[in-house]
Design a protein around this ligand. Sequence first.
Ligand code: Q46
Ligand code: ZN
Length: 306
Amino acid sequence: MIDLPRHNANFCAEHLQEFCRRQMLKAIDDFEMLARGDRVIVAVSGGKDSLAVWDMLVEVGYEADGLYVGLGIGEYSDASGGYARRFAEGRGLRLTTIDLRDEYGYDVPTAARATRRVPCSACGLSKRHLFDRAARDGGYDAVVTGHSLDDEAAVLFGNTLRWDIEYLARQLPVLPATNGFPRKVKPLVRLTERETAAWCLVRGIDYQVEECPIAAGNRHLGYKEALNSIEKRSPGSKAAFYLGFIDRVAPLLAGATVAAAGGLSACDVCGAPTTGTTCAFCRLVKTAAAHEPVPVELVVHSRKGR
Ligand code: Q46
Ligand code: ZN
């Protein structure tokens, strides 16, 4: 039996699966994420959320392939790739792996140091670019990510604390395809991490339990903890906060994003759409690949020292 206080219910394994599937399908329908027959590529990290969304999509009949990006974050990345591979092999699913060090000559700690970006910014830029490109090259209809209700509520909390209207306006569960960028969808926004962990448990999915060492102590985790303590006292708060925002506030912000620049052209190195001559990813690769490798410990320690 799995206890889900926000629904005031206990679920057996079978009902838990039915509940998770229903929540995912409701999100897909309500937010018009996918049409029947869409082919999707899932951004797989080896953690519970991305493996759960891949499993659920396949289970309800979508053609879903996976893409894992080896970020070079020490043992964490080595282990994460193993979980992704074993999951795909065990279920006969197609997983593509791109290793940043092998294919582009850098890793996330080195990119962070070389470009003086915070590691998550170098990491996010790399992943976004590679997922977008895989979707374009493979003719996929959408990129799927495993963002859960906890993730989205935590990001919303941070954006609200800063009243960052630009980010708030773009914090949607589905971003339509524009200017050569693929559609991006988050089918798990109605499910909590606890629920996706329960899904993995009942489905026999082994996943990376460790957090990325670079995330330790960051603001995002702090927001999650704050929301968890609110949720503990008032079950259902997280869903009310996030889904209420999407339902009632996001439509009011619809005009608040700076319209995507009209003048996009093809990157002179990789051909991806960009506002400049060379896209941000190709500029990052050039700088990071020329830098001597930086061990992850150096990046983690220097962040903690701040
Ligand atoms: S962005 Fe940052 Fe994550 Fe990349 S460096 Fe680790 S915590 S893995 S989703
Ligand atoms: Zn480029």
